[in-house]
Design a protein around this ligand. Structure first.
Ligand code: PEP
Ligand code: MG
Length: 885
């Protein structure tokens, strides 16, 4: 018999290992309870209950029974009853998914307050205003979240009361006014829903739990999940916890603390504190918080106690932790902890420092960083001089350099981004409703809030540049502008440069320069703690990885840069890039040649140019493999556009005969589906002398490098092969030329000949193809295109957004390898190829070669190397190392 499923866990029953079931927050609360930290008691309704609710519209029957039992336990622990008329217990109801989704789902506080219990709370706390303020907050939150009333109606009612009392903030409304406001709120609910605000605390609780479940499918939450690649079907847990109050006077307060600085990773406790405030006030950034160090003078013993708990947590989790805490009349409570979100810089520094401190192993430190973070650190930074005076300073909440035009609401950022414009989203503070705009913008700038405000936390999580709390800016979203103290006015559409590392904003576009990390990676020398941490993790990745990392490069400069960044050769040198620019005329001559001798002449003119290209690259990669791919794209790509040419001819008084001929050639070569047409190996077989010229150029470059005392390791790669017959023909021609050059020059050299696997047929007949190949290189761009029947040039711009929205794709298959389909072909071909030729070398040179998730797949598939653009090499090395752990 299987044990019945349990849907509700008291905090004391759970642990950190139960995050799938209890969500991140629930698991953290359970763990803190277990290790003896002062956590207000409570219980968690599991993600499983949520899944059932989302699937059927009702929670399982057991939830009600188990929650009632857990509530009784909670009431006994607190010595008070939920919503009791004299001294009521109040609870908070908070979401908490497996992965943190800050502010994206609902929270309802002060559950248990009713017309009766509000007076009980007033008496028990001795604070009438506090009690009524809590009650009106509950009605407002409950009305909006549970009963679906437009939040704006409540805001308007508050504004009316403030206007009547002639006060500027709701803090200045006294108890009597709040009593009236509460009545107004209740009337709004009645009018909007035809129902009264519920006076049964148990009913409030049950409905609040359901509303949190529902918020999993709210618009904000869905947008955030898509952006963060969080699966849709995880569901959220719900945490019900005894309320403690930070707004009971000067000896109360609330704050957020980190065990290390989440922006830089620097050691030392860090955070914000707001005296006499409720928890949500800090995260919303509505009032400016004090630095945590101020708590030291406000309440020294609480400060010391908090420091002790932070140390306990970091030792326990062996990682950066953040906590939300509340001080209620001098007593410290920890309301939440999690392994904190951090910037890329902090991730590297913290992992490195924890490794040095002996808290974690080098392998573990490597697991804690990733390629996407490393890439972010390689982005350029602003090159400023003393003359570049910032418009304003704020909190450097999320580092990096971004340029864009100012926009003042989320929708405008989305609109402009869709039109390809870069924007900076400027707000007083952000709320979860700003999420789409934050995703669309290059940077976020706020005039309020600290490093733990919503804007800061979310931007950091996304790796988006953010400066917050730039208090000198007076932001007027309605007028779509902000002003600085010296009277500068910045309107929507004006260009801003935002430096998230320095915490500054400049008017106009500042020049960019290489990042310190980029420089350190190229030079191999560290210049400070961050670069030391980055180089350290890469060195460890290199020592553990099995996959080699090569570069896609087709100039000596790129090759040299790639080598400096750690490339172990070139996995793809695309020779078509050498047919552009001033050489176009020669290529045209080759295409237009009327007979063999004209073609031979054109090819002969291209030969020395190609030879020098290859010699330069072989020199830059001396001693390392250089895989040179023969010409791949359809020839008409090297000719002028058909329409342009026709118009030119039609409008010319004396049309050039050359243009006429060109047009004929363009028309002759026109194809409906050029990507499935005369390209790749087909081209080499169809245009006499083309393969021979390219192979000769390679062979002569090799002999030239040999004569110069070099160690050239060229390999020849035949693209778009579908059957072994094609490869045999191309190979025979290439081998003949290699033998000719060897004989002519009296040298011997080895030049492996291999093929790209980029058609499903090639993958499925790889065993045959391996008979004629020394290596396979998976061209996963074309292989994705041809396996899915998706045009790599059009599909992403056309219906991909819809497919991503509908969940057909979680991510574009051109970005991350589709393991089930395209990846399966890679596995099949590798296995079949190796069975025939055990020495067959295998690699991938499509864009996926630089994609972190795909690299882990290629490692598992047993490939020998990945090849990617030079800029992605450090991240690929790092991920190849992580894949091996
Ligand atoms: C590929 O198809 O994956 C590939 C590397 O070749 P190209 O992108 O040049 O078609
Ligand atoms: Mg290709």
């Amino acid at each position: 018999m299987t044990a019945p499923i349990k849907y509700v866990y008291e905090f004391a029953e759970g642990s950190r290992d139960m995050a799938d079931l209890l969500g991140g927050k629930g698991a953290g609360l359970a763990e803190m309870t277990r290790i003896g930290l002062p956590v207000p008691p409570g219980f968690t309704v599991t993600t499983e209950a949520c899944k059932v609710y989302l699937a059927t519209g009702e929670e399982p029957d057991e939830v009600g029974v188990e929650a009632a039992r857990a509530l009784t336990g909670l009431e006994q622990a607190m010595g008070r009853e939920l919503g009791a008329p004299d001294d009521p217990l109040l609870v908070s109801v908070r979401s908490g998914a497996r992965f943190s989704m800050p502010g994206m789902m609902e929270t309802i506080l002060d559950i248990g307050l009713t017309d009766e219990s509000v007076t009980g709370l007033a008496k028990a706390s001795g604070q009438e205003r506090f009690a009524w303020d809590s009650y009106r907050r509950l009605i407002q939150m409950f009305g909006r979240t549970v009963m679906g009333v437009d939040g704006e109606l409540f805001e308007r009612a508050i504004a009316d009361h403030m206007a009547q009392r002639e006060v500027a903030t709701d803090h200045e409304l006294d108890a009597n006014e709040l009593i009236k406001l509460t009545d107004d709120f209740k009337a709004i609910i009645r009018k909007e829903t035809g129902e009264d605000f519920p006076q049964d605390p148990a009913d409030q609780l049950a409905r609040a739990i359901r509303a949190v479940f529902d918020s999993w499918n709210g618009e904000r939450a869905r947008v955030y999940r898509r952006r963060e690649h969080i699966p849709e079907d995880l569901g959220t847990a719900v945490n019900v916890q005894a309320m403690v109050f930070g707004n009971l006077g000067p000896d109360s307060g609330t704050g957020v603390a980190f065990t290390r600085d989440p922006a830089t990773g620097e050691r030392g406790v860090y955070g914000d504190y707001l005296p006499d405030a409720q928890g949500e006030d800090v995260v919303a950034g509505v009032r400016d918080a004090l630095p945590l160090t101020e708590l030291k003078s406000l309440n020294p013993s609480v400060y010391v106690e908090l420091g002790d708990h932070l140390r306990t947590l970091e030792d326990h989790y062996r990682d950066l932790c953040d906590v939300e805490f509340t001080v209620e009349r001098g007593r410290l409570w920890i309301l939440q902890t999690r392994v904190g979100k951090r910037t890329a810089e902090a991730a590297f520094r913290i992992a490195h420092d924890l490794g040095e401190e002996g808290a974690i192993s080098a392998d573990e430190a490597l697991i804690r960083v990733d390629g996407a973070e490393l890439t972010r650190l390689m982005f350029p930074r602003f090159d400023t001089t003393e003359e570049d005076v910032p418009l304003a300073h704020g909190v450097p909440a999320s580092p990096g350099a971004a340029v864009g035009v100012a926009v003042f609401d989320s929708a405008e950022a989305v609109r402009r981004a869709a039109a390809g414009e870069h924007t900076v989203l400027v707000r007083r503070e952000t709320t979860p409703d700003d999420l789409p705009g934050m995703i669309a913008a290059e940077a976020v700038l706020t005039s309020r809030g600290g490093k733990t405000s919503h804007a800061a936390v979310v931007a950091r999580g996304m790796g988006k540049v953010c400066v917050c709390g730039a208090e000198a800016l007076s932001v007027d979203p309605a007028a779509r502008r902000f002003t600085t103290p010296d009277g500068t006015v910045v309107e929507e559409g004006d260009t801003l440069s935002v430096d998230g590392t320095a915490g500054t904003v400049h008017l106009g576009e500042l020049p960019l320069t290489d990042s310190d990390v980029g420089r350190a990676l190229e030079s191999g020398t560290s210049t400070g703690p961050l670069t030391e941490a980055v180089l350290g993790s890469l060195a460890h990745a290199d020592s553990v990885r099995r996959l080699e990392v090569r570069a896609n490069a087709d100039t000596p400069e790129d090759a040299a840069r790639a080598r400096a960044l750690g490339a172990q050769g070139i996995g793809l040198c695309r020779t078509e890039h050498m047919f552009l620019g001033e050489r176009r005329a020669l290529v045209e001559a080759m295409i237009l040649a009327r007979d063999d001798s004209a073609r031979e002449e054109a090819l002969a003119a291209l030969l020395p140019l190609q030879r020098e290209d290859f010699a330069g690259i072989l020199e830059a990669m001396d001693g390392l493999p250089v895989t040179i791919r023969l010409l791949d794209p359809p020839l008409h790509e090297f000719l002028p556009d058909r329409t342009d040419l026709a118009v030119r001819l039609a409008s010319a008084e004396h049309p050039e005969p050359h243009d006429r001929e060109l047009l004929k050639a363009v028309e002759r070569m026109d194809e409906q589906n050029p990507m499935l047409g005369l390209r790749g190996v087909r081209l080499g077989l169809a245009v006499p002398g083309l393969t021979a010229m390219q192979v000769r150029a390679v062979a002569e470059a090799v002999t030239e490098r040999l004569r110069a005392g070099g160690d050239p390791r060229a390999e020849i790669m035949i693209p778009l092969v579908g059957t072994v017959e094609e490869l045999r023909l191309a190979r025979a021609e290439a081998e003949q030329v290699l033998a000719d050059v060897a004989a002519e020059t009296g040298t011997t050299f080895d030049c492996p000949i291999g093929t790209m696997i980029e058609l499903p047929r090639a993958a499925l007949t790889a065993g045959r193809i391996a008979e004629a190949a020394d290596f396979f290189s998976f061209g996963t761009n074309d292989l994705t295109q041809t396996t899915w029947g998706l045009s790599r040039d059009d599909a992403e711009a056309s219906f991909f957004p819809l497919y991503l929205e509908k969940g057909v794709f979680e991510v574009s298959p051109f970005e991350t390898i589709d393991q089930e389909g395209v990846g399966r072909l890679v596995e099949i071909a590798t296995e079949a190829g190796r069975a025939v030729n055990p020495r067959l070398e295998t690699g991938v040179c499509g864009e996926h070669g630089g994609d972190p998730e795909s690299i882990h797949f290629f490692h598992r598939a047993g490939l020998d190397y990945v090849s990617c653009s030079p800029f992605r090499i450090p991240a690929a090395r790092l991920e190849a190392g992580r894949a091996a752990l």
